[in-house]
Design a binder for this molecule. Structure first.
Ligand SMILES: [Zn+2]
Ligand SMILES: [Zn+2]
Length: 53
């Protein structure tokens, strides 16, 4: 199983609305749920600790 969780709030990601991108610092995959995206919750890279809006 490959469960994806939101990097910001650790909620399991829904099928739709979630977004993901590469960390600008280390390139690790950062996942955000639609909730955190709409509320502009800052993310924190799980690999290097880089944070951003
Ligand atoms: Zn979230
Ligand atoms: Zn990173």
């Amino acid at each position: 199983m490959n469960e994806k969780r939101c990097t910001s709030c650790n909620a399991p990601l829904a099928k739709t609305g979630a977004t993901w991108f590469g960390c600008p610092d280390c390139g690790a995959q950062v996942l955000r749920c639609v909730n955190c995206r709409e509320q502009s919750i800052p993310y924190l890279c799980p690999a290097c600790g880089f944070g951003g809006p």
